[in-house]
Design a protein around this ligand. Sequence first.
Ligand SMILES: Nc1ncnc2c1ncn2[C@@H]1O[C@H](COP(=O)(O)OP(=O)(O)O)[C@@H](O)[C@H]1O
Ligand SMILES: [Mg+2]
Length: 266
Amino acid sequence: MKKIGDIILDVQNISLSFGGVKALTDISFNVKEHEIRAIIGPNGAGKSSMLNCINGVYVPQQGTISFKGQTFSHMNSRQVAEMGVARTFQNLALFKGMSVLDNIMTGRNLHIKSNLFTQAFRNPFGIWGLGGADREETRHREFVEHIIDFLEIQAHRKTPVGQLPYGLQKRVDLGRALAMQPQVLLLDEPMAGMNVEEKQDMCRFVLDVNDEFGMTVVLIEHDMGVVMDISDRVVVLDYGKKIGDGAPNEVRNNPEVIKAYLGTSH
Ligand SMILES: Nc1ncnc2c1ncn2[C@@H]1O[C@H](COP(=O)(O)OP(=O)(O)O)[C@@H](O)[C@H]1O
Ligand SMILES: [Mg+2]
């Protein structure tokens, strides 16, 4: 049994609107260290908007977000990433023409210390050994190779991402996020559009990331079976409001949640 820790991410009274559209209304929930926390709800419920607030892409009009006890009303995406939060996207954000390896390598950017200046002078003493920038690049490549092994995509490491089946592209996007070595991983529908086998693989990777690396996972997912199977706690959104929050079983039997899902395809 994994051990669930203290609150690592605390969302307090977040409201967000776009012109007249209220995407989120007074949303509060927390995420505990090492848990898999699902966010579910019908299309347009505000799930992606919630992740965009957490990782600094959208600025909510109201509310605060605390990460490891530090409270912010707004951080930009870079700051959020530096604090240890990575995400994958509902619509993939990969460089289709670039190889799997190079795409995952972009996740290391945050950790690459050498700047352009040092790179211009890389390896000035080449005869005697590797310069600092080269040595650093080698370390990052090794790290990325480990991720490629972990995700079982060794055979595709040199393949341009655009040539891979969709399910594998989603896996590469996960690899890019893992390369950031985050403490909290935000996954926006990582299994959407996948066949049964691809879903099972992705489920296994999410569980492994959580189990083996102790990573905290916030997971938006439409497949209720998956959510009930792998999450520790579930938040339910509907029209930008929170209508349920609790263990999968509690949420499943919540009348308001049942009503929100009636007549929808989920
Ligand atoms: N950038 C945006 N501009 C305008 N409206 C947006 C934007 N992002 C989301 N919305 C609106 O906010 C609501 C919630 O959207 P979203 O967070 O994508 O829902 P979900 O991910 O649950 O399907 C929708 O009504 C959507 O149209
Ligand atoms: Mg969405």
